[in-house]
Design a protein around this ligand. Structure first.
Ligand code: NAD
Ligand code: UD1
Length: 337
């Protein structure tokens, strides 16, 4: 298939570009590079042994998107483009709703104009809000607790209305848990430009001696060791989940919601231990207050994705840690920015 990847130069989109291309699909990337670098395209070409077609532009430019869909004879769209920093979304809600929600509406208008009705959307486990029970299945009530999460929930609701209005749409909403790790080449991964907010990139910076210690945000949660528990999933497993979701919606219309996680929770201290194991470095810690908005534990029930998509995350925590470390070492040493 010819597949448009909006935001395909970003962290998850670039890994999906590799998996989809290696599976024989033709991908085209649309990205405005607001949170990625042009050089990602060179690195993708290095991994794939051929250039990846791309257009620099914005999903909110409906006319541009319409032209891309037509010129590249696109069959399906994977919509990764969006802003994703929770804290920033609280400061700049208008920007988040504009980019995420208006950007999606613009894309949908362009798709409708070209009669393209196959879409895989990057949603998030954040739409569940504070878990009422665990593991979280796809029927768990949704409740967003910040503008970023609300933007994802609004989009899911829009997609649900569209599917109800026209049964020719084939849509997958993929609710990602905590994507971490990097491609084995070590040349694409999560962009570590700023001081990271998320756990794994932060631990890697400490392991590499670029940050002095890890702040552990609370050790008094009702979990095995008192620290937060999350469902960390290797980004390559996640990317393979997109391939599986695409072949599923190719056969099945409607709105199809899937959790993409491992089904297993790991605590902050377990991740630290695993990282120490693969890096051979000790990670200094400081326990501080809980971070506002954090929940004690969040992990997925993955029965639906494993049954319907015939897909399962297989990579281990050690692989998540070693690939993160490998990318971050490379990133600095080879000036990959
Ligand atoms: P990312 O920031 O690395 O990638 C997003 C890409 O989209 C970037 O390359 C950025 O330049 C581009 N972009 C943003 N707005 C655009 C626009 N209007 N037009 C064109 N390009 C635009 O983020 P990611 O981690 O790869 O996340 C991809 C998607 O998955 C996002 O929608 C995000 O909300 C969602 N998601 C991510 C996570 C995570 O932990 N990384 C978890 C759940 C959901
Ligand atoms: C965060 C976002 C979520 C987003 C996800 C992936 C918040 C409140 N939630 O989720 O919406 O989908 O990132 O981008 O920002 N931790 C530390 N020290 C650190 C960093 C994190 O102890 O320096 C702990 C956290 O308290 C948490 C766990 O590590 O218990 C995981 O944190 P993080 O990687 O930020 O992911 P989430 O909070 O799950």
């Amino acid at each position: 298939m010819n597949i448009l990847l909006t935001g395909g130069a970003g962290y998850i989109g670039s890994h999906a570009a590799v998996v989809l291309t290696e599976a024989g699909h033709q991908v085209v990337i649309l990205d405005n590079f607001c949170n990625s670098q042009l050089s990602v395209l060179e690195r993708l070409a290095k991994i794939l042994g051929k250039p990846v077609p791309f257009v620099e532009g914005d999903t909110r430019d409906t006319e541009l998107v319409r032209k891309i869909l037509k010129n590249y004879k696109i069959d399906a769209v994977m919509h990764f483009a969006g802003l994703k920093a929770v804290g920033q979304s609280v400061q700049k809600p208008i920007d988040y709703f504009d980019n995420n929600v208006a950007g999606t509406i613009s894309l949908l208008q362009a798709m409708r104009a070209n009669n393209i009705k196959m879409l895989v959307f990057s949603s998030s486990a954040t739409v569940y809000g504070a878990p009422q029970y665990l593991p979280l299945d796809e029927n768990h009530p949704t409740q967003a607790i910040n503008p970023y999460g609300r933007s994802k929930l609004h989009i899911e609701e829009i997609l649900s209305d569209i599917e109800a209005s026209d049964s020719n749409w084939h849509i997958a909403c993929l609710r990602y848990f905590n994507p971490v790790g990097a491609h084995e080449s070590g040349i694409i991964g999560e962009n570590p430009n700023d001081t990271p907010n998320n756990l794994m990139p932060y631990i890697a910076q400490v392991a590499l001696g670029r940050l002095p210690y890890l702040n552990v945000y609370g050790n008094d949660y009702d979990t095995l060791d008192g620290t937060g528990v999350r469902d960390f999933i290797h980004v390559m497993d996640l990317a393979e989940g997109h391939l599986a979701a695409l072949s599923f919606i190719n056969q099945k219309s409607g709105l199809n919601i899937f959790n993409l996680g491992t089904g297993k929770g790991s605590s902050v201290l377990e991740m630290v231990k695993a990282f120490e194991g693969v890096s051979g470095k000790s990670i200094p810690l400081r326990v501080t207050n809980r971070r506002t908005g954090d929940v004690a534990a969040c992990y997925a029930r993955v029965d639906k994705s494993s049954t319907d998509l015939s897909w399962k995350a297989t990579r281990t925590i050690q692989e998540m840690c070693s690939s993160t470390l490998n990318f971050q070492k490379n990133y600095k040493c080879n000036n990959l920015s």
